[in-house]
Write a protein that binds this ligand. Structure first.
Ligand SMILES: Nc1nc2c(ncn2[C@@H]2O[C@H](COP(=O)(O)O)[C@@H](O)[C@H]2O)c(=O)[nH]1
Length: 276
């Protein structure tokens, strides 16, 4: 088993070290992580500038690679051939804050695993609901234990093609953890506020400020599981198609339309949408 371990908090983050150490039990571990924090950086593919990669050592002396690219760039580099050995699983984290609901497309932690799916490699993203606690003060023991249990299950059962797992762990001692629940995405409640300021030259500039997001703790969701003291494992795919809308839209009366193109009137073919 060859596991690529990455994160979005940077190669020196304590959660990355804890995760890399926790994955060593499964076989070869290659660490390829960003050289700085990419929190909230989303799914990035850096195409307009070169990417630099350096050899570094983690705090325990183990070798690692770091790149000036995003977390998803690190995974792409690794799976495109920077890592000589075939990668069987991408594991990303341990993020010091939860990634729930709509967070998943903002999250560098989660989008790193999404990149692996694009290259046909399954993955697991792991986040600890550390809230406002400094990442250096968090105890990652529980999150590592949950991550290892999830990876064991993935090794035993496999994952359907295109499916990856988003794991969120409550920030409780291991003996307080009530268990692991398989969940769906819940509803994140963002409390962002526009912070407008003026610089010394009289020009306005803005911060996206506000308070940390909360969520709706509905049963069966990732938000609900954490609220009840469970770790949450949410199976996700990259297919964002709204299949219900597809069915409904096929009922719309798409009229014959004519569009003029370069002065030519082109009758639009009858618009039909792919059936789900
Ligand atoms: N819209 C907001 N999102 C926030 C805020 N604080 C945190 N977040 C979420 O954080 C994660 C970052 O994830 P990471 O894996 O990239 O570290 C991301 O999911 C955001 O949604 C906030 O104040 N506003």
């Amino acid at each position: 088993m060859h596991i690529l371990v990455t994160n979005d908090d940077g190669v020196t983050a304590p959660g990355l070290l804890a995760l890399a150490q926790g994955m060593a039990r499964f076989g070869e571990v290659s660490v390829l992580a960003p050289d700085h924090d990419w929190s909230g950086g989303g799914h990035v593919k850096t195409l307009r500038r070169p990417l630099r990669v350096r050899r570094v050592r983690l705090a325990d002396g183990s070798p690692a690679l770091t790149s000036d690219g995003a977390p998803s760039d690190c995974v792409a580099l690794g799976l495109m051939g920077l890592l000589p050995n075939k990668v069987d699983l991408v594991v990303s984290g341990i993020n010091p804050a939860a990634n729930l609901g709509h967070d998943v497309t903002y999250s560098g932690t989660v989008t790193a695993v999404m990149e692996g799916i694009i290259w046909g490699v399954p993955g697991v993203a792991v986040s600890l609901d550390g809230g406002d606690t400094d990442s250096s003060e968090l105890d990652y023991t529980q999150a590592v234990a949950v991550a290892a249990r999830v990876v064991e299950a993935v090794i035993e059962h496999g994952l359907p093609k295109g499916v990856f797992l988003n794991v969120n762990v409550p920030n409780e001692p291991l003996y307080d953890l009530r268990g692991i629940l398989v969940t769906r995405q819940g509803l994140r409640v963002y409390r962002d506020r526009l912070d407008r300021r003026t610089d010394p030259r009289g020009r306005d500039y803005y911060w996206i400020g506000g308070d940390r997001p909360t969520g709706v703790p509905k049963e069966g969701t990732d938000v609900g599981a954490l609220a009840e003291g469970y770790a949450s494992v949410t199976p996700l795919t990259l297919d964002l198609t709204a299949y219900d809308a597809l069915t409904a839209m096929n009922e719309w009366a798409w009229q014959q339309s004519s569009f003029s193109a370069n002065g030519q009137t082109v009758a639009a073919a009858e618009m039909t949408l792919a059936a789900p």
